[in-house]
Design a protein. Sequence first.
Length: 93
Amino acid sequence: MSSKSKYDFLVCYDIADKNRLSKVARVVEKYAMRMQYSVYFYEQVSKKELDLFVKKILKLIDQEEDDIRIYSIKNRGVALGNAMDLHNPLILK
């Protein structure tokens, strides 16, 4: 991901605790458009913006109980690209 390029992402989560769920939802809604209850479209994001977003989310979740996935979108929703699992910082292909 180039530092100047912008990308679209699909953010999905499953949060085990109601309090954490509310906090995560409030943060995600500041950045992304809700598509379904726990699925959001995060549009035109730079690497720096995505890194900041991930740091904010990681502060709110329990990494043992909660699941957050961030998928890069190719071709504006026609095909999913790489995926990032916050439990495992490797990029999934």
